[in-house]
Design a binder for this molecule. Structure first.
Ligand SMILES: Nc1nc2c(c(=O)[nH]1)N[C@H]1C(S)=C(S)[C@@H](COP(=O)(O)O)O[C@H]1N2
Ligand SMILES: [Mo]
Length: 312
C-alpha cells in the first residue's frame, strides 16, 4: 500500500498567512473587474460558435461567482504539481489539441470522439456550479459544457453496464508529476451509472465563456458538483462502461480516507479534519458546508436506503 505523506493531502490552513491574505485581496480586486466584464446578458451559443459569457453573477443560492483569476491560479492538478499555485505556470504550454476521447466498454456503439466533435455535436450550455474540495475550500464556477447523459445516450450502455470509469491522459512528457512514481497514474475516477445519468453530471469544455484553460482540465473535464472535487477528473481521454466498481486513484492511494462515493457530507468528517465547514475562496470567514453541496433536491434519491457513513 502506498503511504501518503500528510503534507501532500493536509488541507490548507483555515486562516491565511499574511502573504496569502494580501495576495487574496489583490486577486479579489483584479477579479472584480473581470467579473464585471463577464456579466453580460445570457447569449445562446451557436453550434460551433463562441460559447456564452457568464450569464449570471451568482449561483442559484445567491453566492457570487469566484473570479476567473482565482479559478485559474489556485488549482489541484497533481499531474503538474502538488503546489496549487504552481499548476498555472507549469501547465501554460499544455497541448490540449488535437485531442481524442475514447468511449467504450459495455456499450452498443463504441466510438472515439475528436474534441471538436464533442463541442459541435452536443449543445454547449452554461452551468454555474459550486465546487467543494475535500480539503474544505470551495469556489463557484461558471462552466460551459454538456450533460454526460447525452454522450452516454449516444454510445448506448448495455444492460450489463453498472458503472462509468474515466481516465486522464498519461503523458509524463507533458505532466511532470507523472514522473513521480508516488501515485498510481493515470488518474482515474468513477461514477455509478445512475449518478452519471443525473442531469447535474457535466462534461466541461469551457469556463467563463472561454475554452477551458489547461490548469482546470483542458480540453475536457468532468464536474460532479454534489461530490468532493477529486471526483471531477480533468483532461479525460477515456470513458469506459464497466460492470464492477472502478478503483479511483485516490481509493488506491488512501482507501481509509477516500471512498468511491465521496458525496459532500458535513456530518461525516474526513479522518483527519472536519467537513462541517468550508473556506469559500475570496471570503474571510468560514461557512457551513451543505449536504450534497446544496444539490440534495436533485441527487438525494440516488442514495435512498444507503448508509452514507459506510459508503463514504
Ligand atoms: N487528473 C486530475 N484530475 C483532478 C485532480 C488531479 O490532480 N488530477 N484534482 C482533483 C481535485 S482534488 C480538485 S479539488 C479539482 C480541482 O479543480 P480546479 O483546479 O479546476 O478547481 O480537480 C480534480 N480533478
Ligand atoms: Mo480536491
Amino acid at each position: 500500500m502506498i503511504n501518503i505523506p500528510s503534507s501532500e493531502i493536509t488541507p490548507e490552513h483555515g486562516y491565511l498567512s499574511r502573504r496569502a491574505f494580501l495576495k487574496t485581496l489583490a486577486i479579489v480586486s483584479a477579479g472584480a473587474v473581470l467579473a464585471a466584464c463577464s456579466v453580460k446578458p445570457r447569449a445562446t451559443a451557436a453550434p460551433g460558435g463562441t460559447p456564452p459569457h457568464a450569464g449570471a453573477a451568482t449561483d442559484e443560492l445567491g453566492d457570487a461567482l469566484t473570479p476567473y483569476e482565482s479559478i485559474t491560479h489556485y488549482n489541484n492538478f497533481y499531474e503538474f504539481s502538488t503546489d496549487k499555485e504552481q499548476v498555472a505556470p507549469l501547465s501554460a504550454n499544455f497541448k490540449a489539441s488535437p485531442w481524442k476521447v475514447e468511449v467504450g466498454g459495455l456499450v452498443k456503439n463504441p466510438r472515439t470522439y475528436d474534441i471538436d466533435d464533442l463541442r459541435k455535436n452536443f449543445t454547449q450550455e452554461e452551468r454555474i456550479y459550486r465546487h467543494r474540495c475535500v480539503e474544505a475550500w470551495s469556489m463557484v464556477m461558471p462552466w460551459v459544457g454538456f450533460p454526460l447523459a447525452k454522450l452516454l445516450a449516444e454510445v448506448e450502455p448495455t444492460s450489463e453496464a453498472k458503472f462509468v470509469r474515466f481516465e486522464t491522459l498519461y503523458d509524463p512528457g507533458q505532466f511532470p508529476g507523472q514522473n513521480d512514481g508516488y501515485y498510481p497514474w493515470p488518474y482515474a475516477e468513477g461514477l455509478r451509472l445512475d449518478e452519471a445519468m443525473n442531469d447535474l453530471a457535466l462534461l466541461v469544455t469551457g469556463l467563463y465563456g472561454k475554452d477551458l484553460p489547461p490548469q482546470d482540465g483542458a480540453p475536457l473535464r468532468l464536474a460532479v458538483p454534489w461530490k468532493y472535487g477529486f471526483k471531477s477528473i480533468k483532461s479525460v481521454v477515456k470513458i469506459d462502461l464497466v460492470d464492477v466498481m472502478p478503483v479511483s486513484l485516490w481509493m488506491a492511494a488512501g482507501p481509509n480516507e477516500y471512498g468511491f462515493y465521496a458525496n459532500v457530507n458535513p456530518a461525516v468528517d474526513h479522518p483527519r479534519w472536519s467537513q462541517a465547514t468550508e473556506r469559500r475562496i475570496g471570503e474571510l470567514s468560514r461557512r457551513k458546508s451543505l449536504m450534497f453541496n446544496g444539490y440534495a433536491e436533485q441527487v438525494a434519491h440516488l442514495y435512498d436506503g444507503m448508509d452514507l457513513r459506510l459508503n463514504y
